[in-house]
Design a protein around this ligand. Structure first.
Ligand code: 5AD
Ligand code: SF4
Length: 424
């Protein structure tokens, strides 16, 4: 999401005549996009801003964008007075105007409103990859997970009209994109604001049907709004990728309740059974938090047993990090840092083993892979399967980046597959 925000911001500035440069030293304007999801990410921002202070040239504008900008607001000017622009993601539409104000001699500008119901729509996005495009369909988040800053930093949910999304997908296809990833903090909570009232699963199908589009991905799905219709869409339309990212956060109903995740362990299991029962081999990935306040050894063991049950193809796991403004900040029973680290290590080790076995079980199968990279080694290439697994493969011929090839799996690691191009 943040990477794509940077692409949108770069696009807007390029359209105003700015030019992208290769290094911080060569820049007249530095816009630093930030994350504040966990404390560590937020700390990094101030240390990086500290470095910019010493390299700042006369007249060089330093701006801070993203969630930390939203969270800290004008405090950034106090802690880092060499910064002259602070703007959260809900206000990016105002960026050109803000930059114009700085050009006109204004010393400090801010964009910190989150109550806008407009989305940051722009055809001016400067995408980094010529084949795979990100596309935001819903911004903000209306869920109120008790540990999470996103509802504060990205504002309320705002969906883009389906016709406008489809128009952009057609334009992307026209210029050669074959893969699009629909983005949203809770992408499947998409609510078409237009009279068409297209459901999320219908939108997936419509995007996949655009001529030239070969792959449609979507992330992140919230379990509450995840229904059978999404699995049915994946089954019916080969272009919708066989991958669902469905964060569980914890395997304990008690902790899920304290997190305000709005589902129980059992309800979550019902959702993943929908995915696992599919005729297509849909890969399933998750996010997990260990050491939430009050998490007992028993709660943690329930998370471990959920891993056994879910058999995730991948998982991002984090130590709970207390964040400003969030309800869980007031909870007692903090788990000591060393205990969080211990639980995280156990969880990661277990998940690694699950992935190793799952990936090894794919030996002999053939998957379609988009050619995305060439290795330094002779005849070695890499790309992703529809199920979003990394495939490192051998091909005798010179492949073209962006092409699709059939690859047979010959080996596996916990995080990738190894294979050979079929039919040579
Ligand atoms: N502490 C730890 N992890 C968090 N996440 C969100 N907020 C926190 C927090 N306060 C994790 C969740 C979410 C992912 C993007 O980041 O697992 O799904
Ligand atoms: Fe944060 Fe929960 Fe919204 Fe995800 S669904 S962005 S974890 S509040």
């Amino acid at each position: 999401m943040n990477e794509h925000d940077s692409e949108k911001v770069a696009g807007v500035l390029l359209a105003r005549g700015y030019r992208q440069v290769e290094s911080v030293e060569a820049a007249n304007v530095i816009l630093y996009n930030t994350c504040s999801i966990r404390e560590k990410a937020a700390q990094k921002v101030y240390s990086r801003l500290g470095e910019y202070r010493f390299t700042q040239k006369e007249g060089q504008v330093i701006g801070v964008l993203g969630c930390l900008a939203q969270q800290e607001g004008e405090r950034i000017f106090t802690r880092a007075p060499w910064v002259s622009l602070v703007c959260g993601s809900a206000s990016y539409r105002k960026l050109p105007q803000m930059i114009a104000e700085l050009e006109a001699g204004n010393r400090r500008v801010t964009g910190l409103e989150t109550d806008t119901d407009e989305t940051f729509e722009t055809e001016l996005t400067r995408r980094d990859n010529p084949w795979r495009a990100y596309l935001t369909i819903i911004e903000g988040c209306d869920k109120t997970c008790s540990y999470c800053v996103v509802p504060f930093t990205r504002g309320p949910e705002r969906s883009r009209a389906s016709a406008s999304i489809l128009e952009e997908v057609r334009q992307l296809a026209d210029v050669g994109y074959t893969e699009v990833t629909l983005l949203g903090q809770t992408v499947n909570s998409y609510a078409d604001p237009s009279a068409r009232r297209m459901r999320f699963s219908e939108l997936l199908v419509a995007v996949a049907e655009v001529a030239g589009i070969r792959r449609v991905r979507f992330t992140t799905s919230h379990p509450r709004d995840f229904g059978k219709d999404i699995v049915e869409a994946i089954e019916a339309v080969p272009g919708i990728c066989e991958h669902v990212h469905l964060p569980v956060q914890s395997g304990s109903t008690r902790i899920l309740k304290a997190m305000a995740r709005t589902y129980t362990r059992e309800e979550y299991i019902e959702k993943i059974e929908l995915v696992r029962a599919s005729k297509r081999l849909i890969s399933l990935t998750s996010d997990l938090i260990v050491g939430f306040p009050g998490e007992t050894e028993k709660d943690f063991e329930e998370t471990l047993s959920l891993l056994d049950l879910a058999q995730y193809d991948g998982a991002f796991s984090f130590k709970y990090s207390p964040r400003p403004n969030t309800p869980s900040l007031k909870l007692g029973d903090a788990i000591p840092e060393e205990e969080k680290a211990r639980r995280l290590a156990i969880l990661n080790e277990k998940q690694r083993e699950i992935q190793r076995l799952r990936n090894e079980g794919l030996a002999g199968q053939v998957f379609e892979v988009m050619v995305e990279g060439k290795s330094k080694r002779e005849r070695q290439w890499s790309g992703h399967t529809s199920s979003n697994k990394v495939m490192n493969f051998t091909s005798r011929v010179e492949e073209s980046l962006g092409d699709y090839v059939q690859v047979r799996v010959t080996g596996a690691t916990p995080n990738s597959l190894v294979g050979d191009v079929v039919g040579e």
